[in-house]
Design a binder for this molecule. Structure first.
Ligand code: CA
Length: 258
């Protein structure tokens, strides 16, 4: 079980602590720790995130504004970024776009904006994941681990497995519990997209554009039909999918499991 703080951010029940100065990692002891940059204007949330991340073995750098966050990202080259969208000096989406101009580090948006359009916009602009406040810190840490793991996976890794599913991109074979399944060309193309972005939410628009071209990006019903076919072939129980998870109103995510 991953260690986690038990307090949801929305509760704001935080231990009183000293103010933390944020600095780049410099000591030899911290050299092996992965650095996570928190760009968040609310000091209490920054403090909670810092506590949980440090307990999980991360080095933490904090920034309270978008401008400061972009500067810290350039200076500290974090392995991952937790990004709030509501920042005092600029919109978090602008920060996301600026960071994506030069870094492929996982960026997890952590925001009170729970509207589907906000999630879609953030994911389409390069966010790896989207977490709505209040959230459980255990879930946030789990999603951070998945984002880092998939970001670190070599681009030419040809085999993928998650639970009962095994996909070999080189031989184009798909197996469920060791039994080979046959997919149509479009079902396979869809599955490959999920494998290439395992653990990440893929929006309806992204999937439709990638498989059927830009003219098809409004045709969500078409996508649902193919997702149903794909689930019938790779899920142990298609009525209760454990691999291809629906993100309501946003898209789908292929889960990464042992
Ligand atoms: Ca905010």
């Amino acid at each position: 079980m991953p260690r986690s703080c038990t307090v949801a951010v929305g509760c704001y029940v935080l231990p009183l602590g000293v103010l933390f100065a944020y600095t780049c990692p410099v000591s030899p002891a911290s050299a092996t720790k992965a650095t996570v940059l928190i760009i968040e204007d609310e000091a209490q949330i920054r403090r909670l995130l810092r506590l949980c991340l440090e307990r999980d073995g991360y080095q933490v750098v904090e920034a309270a504004t978008g401008d400061e966050g972009i500067g810290e990202a350039v200076r500290c080259r974090p392995e991952a970024v937790l990004l709030d969208l509501g920042l005092p000096d600029m919109d978090g989406l602008s920060v996301l776009k600026r960071l994506r101009e030069w870094t492929q580090a996982p960026i997890l948006v952590v925001s009170v904006r729970g509207h589907e359009d906000d999630k879609i916009t953030a994911l389409d602009n390069g966010a790896n994941d989207y977490i709505t406040k209040p959230f459980s810190t255990g879930e946030l840490l789990a999603r951070l681990r998945v984002s880092r793991r998939t970001a670190q996976a070599p681009a030419v890794n040809t085999s993928f497995s998650s639970g009962p599913l095994k996909v070999d991109l080189a031989t184009r074979t798909v197996k469920v519990k060791g039994r080979q399944v046959r997919l149509t060309a479009q079902e396979y193309a869809l599955l490959v997209l999920f494998v290439q972005h395992a653990g990440k939410v893929l929006t309806h628009g992204f999937l439709l554009r990638q498989i059927w071209g830009s003219d098809a990006q409004e045709n969500i019903g078409h996508l649902r039909v193919y997702m149903k076919y794909l689930r019938q072939k790779i899920e142990l129980n298609p009525a209760d999918p454990e691999l291809l998870i629906t993100e309501p109103g946003v898209g789908y995510r292929l889960t990464v499991r042992d």
